[in-house]
Design a protein around this ligand. Structure first.
Ligand SMILES: C[S@@+](CC[C@H](N)C(=O)[O-])C[C@H]1O[C@@H](n2cnc3c(N)ncnc32)[C@H](O)[C@@H]1O
Length: 285
């Protein structure tokens, strides 16, 4: 996603040190590694053990130049507390195609699976817990705040009605409940899209992690080092924009992208998911 744009903003240098906070399947990292070997190094972080295993396999040729760590990126200041500094730090938020298509991870309403949605499989909170145990007010807040779901009231009523009889266990069960609850069936996107997105954000505390990590990433940059963030949700993009502005005011960084960079027409055609991607970049002063 926005691969050429990320590379041209981060401009990876021989002997540079880079941090990919969302290594996923390693697509961005590979392009960075190609430009920094043999002298440079890259650390890749992901919460999801399966994604780390995949990245390890795909990037095995980079051996000593690559280090992988399983963690929430909210903890980067604890991970790098020995004075490590980076020339570039990348966040490509959200989830990977590999995670979406695995039904058992429970991210998708088009593949049946348990209501899970955890990036970190060791975490206790799952989408099942939220849907079946959270109060109606809490579910409504999640759908409104994280999904900007206009029909939150109707969807919550349908969930509460259904769960009185038996627990809602699977993605397709929830998809059907939402589909029936939304009137007129919005045409452009599937009626369950916003509900699933909102639940995933809540289960993984995505906004909290992002709010915690961005100031820490700025601290971990070398002078003239750059941080690049690709987001897919208006709340994430707003958080990136306001954090960058705040640190720009205190002269710690300079914002390189006054407005977000979006995917080219060509990329939007090839990969429809890129249509909502926004890239913001800042440079350490
Ligand atoms: C869109 S994918 C990254 C794709 C990657 N740039 C590539 O080229 O393959 C996002 C990845 O970030 C991970 N992730 C999401 N939130 C995270 C967090 N708070 N801490 C660490 N990893 C996270 C997900 O598990 C997923 O693998």
């Amino acid at each position: 996603m926005l691969l050429d744009e990320v590379i041209s903003f981060l401009h990876p240098e021989q002997k540079g040190t880079y941090l990919d906070c969302t290594i996923g399947a390693g697509g961005h990292s590979r392009e960075i590694l190609e430009r920094i070997v043999p002298g440079g190094s890259l650390v890749g972080i992901d919460q999801d053990k399966e994604m780390l295993n995949l990245a390890e396999k795909r990037l095995k040729n980079y051996g000593k130049n690559l280090k992988l760590i399983q963690s929430d990126f909210a903890h980067i200041s604890e991970i790098f507390k020995k004075g490590e500094r980076f020339n570039g730090i990348l966040y490509d938020l959200g989830l990977c195609f590999f995670q979406i298509r695995q039904g058992e991870r429970g991210f998708s309403f088009s593949v049946d699976g348990p209501l899970d949605m955890r990036f970190n499989q060791k975490q206790e909170l799952t989408a099942f817990e939220l849907i079946n145990k959270a109060s109606p007010e809490e579910i409504r807040r999640i759908l409104r705040d994280y999904g900007e779901e206009y029909y939150a009231d109707r969807i919550v009523s349908a969930i509460i009605r259904e769960r009185k009889f038996s627990p809602i266990r699977t993605t397709l069960q929830l998809e059907k409940i939402v589909f029936r609850a939304v009137p007129g069936k919005r045409k452009r996107i599937h009626p369950a899209t916003k509900t699933f997105q909102a639940l995933r954000i809540a289960v993984n505390k995505e906004l909290e992690s992002l709010a915690k990590t961005l100031p820490e990433a700025i601290k971990l940059l070398r002078k003239k080092g750059r941080v690049a963030v690709i987001s897919f949700h208006s709340l994430e993009d707003r958080l990136v924009k306001t954090t960058f502005r705040k640190f720009e005011k205190s002269k710690l960084i300079k914002v390189i992208t006054p407005s977000p960079v979006v995917a080219t027409q060509m990329e939007r055609c090839i990969n429809p998911l890129s249509r909502s991607a926004k890239l913001r970049v800042a440079e350490k002063e």
